[in-house]
Design a protein around this ligand. Structure first.
Ligand SMILES: NC(=O)c1ccc[n+]([C@@H]2O[C@H](COP(=O)([O-])OP(=O)(O)OC[C@H]3O[C@@H](n4cnc5c(N)ncnc54)[C@H](O)[C@@H]3O)[C@@H](O)[C@H]2O)c1
Ligand SMILES: N[C@@H](CCO)C(=O)O
Length: 353
């Protein structure tokens, strides 16, 4: 049975949820997946950092009410978050990057990923910054160091989208997609339809763990723009940067816009899309659209997301599922680790044959 030592960078909603899963699910994973996870280090800007080569007790980590610098009280702990030292020196096989998404330059998460990959550690991340802004560099660095860079949770949290489209739609000739790619804004629009005001709805999305550290990214469309870049580059072979994608969010929609749409048997949805034109160029956009109720995306409510892939051979293929949420996103990290495990066990089997 394999044990993967992991280092958690960022200990907010998502990595804490992963620790919760580790505390309760390791026996199931041992039985069903052939591995267990052992947390050997954690670093968080607010809490500090801790390294324990034999492993930290996940229950203690999630149970304790740590205050600022609180990891300093633990054996092997410090009140400071020295990410570079932790990432480079912790005896981890996998670094789990779940700090905040910086939509401008992806930092400091891009550096976290570089340090990990350069020191021969796999990276799994839910952070959209490094994927949208530095995926090709980080994939090349991973390959050069014989490790993997995996990021399923960067689009639609735990709902399989990136790997699903790459692997199971291979050959179907995907030439575009459109979807609801942000849980917070979809939740907010739904709450506004029920009569709640915009600010209260955003606050609820924050409390439920859907929103970004700065929810402006959710409501102004910047988060969807990163996801459009990720999907377009990954699935359409584009080389888009965020500035190439036109972007308008939902903050300008008033309660009367929402009511008028309902009277017209329609709903506002924030739609991210990209498509390849006749000239081969991929064009992406993010904008609120008023969809008739019979449109498949009009029925997608709350933090649920959906994306329809346009394919030449199959027509439209739609995937729907959770788009945000702590446990849902922690599941995406697990799915990345499963992918790493599957590849490494099949490589070992090939060598033995
Ligand atoms: N929550 C979701 O539903 C969801 C879904 C998909 C992707 N994501 C992405 O996953 C990441 C984590 O999300 P979250 O909900 O856990 O966010 P969060 O704000 O709850 O947690 C982020 C944590 O990172 C820490 N942090 C910030 N900068 C740091 C640094 N430089 N070094 C070390 N720690 C640092 C913060 O102290 C905080 O504890 C984000 O990039 C987010 O965009 C979140
Ligand atoms: N804040 C994001 C998290 C998932 O990327 C959302 O609401 O969709």
């Amino acid at each position: 049975m394999t044990v993967y030592n992991i280092a958690l960078i960022g200990f907010g909603g998502v990595n804490r949820a992963l620790a919760e899963l580790i505390a309760t699910r390791n026996p199931v994973w041992e039985r069903e997946l052939g591995f267990r996870l052992n947390i050997v280090a954690v670093s968080d800007l607010y809490l500090g950092s801790v390294i324990s080569p034999n492993g930290l007790d996940a229950k203690t980590l999630i149970g304790a009410k740590f205050t600022k610098g609180g990891f300093g009280q633990l054996s092997g702990g410090s009140a400071e978050a020295d990410n570079e030292t932790i990432i480079r020196t912790a005896p981890a096989d996998i670094v789990v990057e779940a700090t905040f998404t910086n939509p401008t330059d992806g930092e400091p998460a891009v550096s976290h990923c570089r340090w990990a990959l350069a020191s021969g550690k796999h990276v799994v991340t839910t952070n959209k910054g490094p994927v949208a802004l530095a995926a090709s560099e980080l994939k090349a660095l991973a390959e050069a160091n014989g490790v993997r860079f995996e990021y399923e949770g960067s689009v639609m949290s735990g709902t399989p989208v990136i790997r699903m489209a790459e692997k199971t739609l291979a050959g179907a000739e995907v030439d575009g997609f459109e979807g609801i790619l942000n849980g917070t804004s979809n939740f907010v629009l739904g709450r506004m339809e029920s009569g709640l005001d915009f600010d209260t709805a955003v606050r609820q999305a924050q409390e439920l763990g859907y929103a970004e550290a700065d929810p402006t990214a959710d409501v102004e469309g910047f988060d969807v723009r990163l996801k459009v870049v990720i999907l377009a580059n990954e699935l359409l072979g584009a080389r888009l940067k965020p500035d190439d994608v036109t972007c308008k969010g939902i903050s300008q929609l008033s309660p009367s816009d929402i009511r008028d749409a309902a009277k017209a048997n329609s709903r506002w949805k924030l739609i991210g899309s990209a498509s390849r034109g006749e000239d081969g160029r991929v064009v992406g956009s993010v904008m609120p659209k008023q969809l008739p109720l019979e449109h498949p995306l009009a029925a997608v409510n709350g933090p649920t997301n959906a994306v329809s892939f346009n394919t030449k051979l199959l027509g439209s293929v739609t995937v729907t599922g959770p788009g945000a949420g702590r446990i849902e996103t922690a599941y995406a990290l697990l799915s990345d680790i499963v992918a790493i495990h599957t590849q490494s066990t099949s490589a070992i089997a090939k060598e033995a044959a």
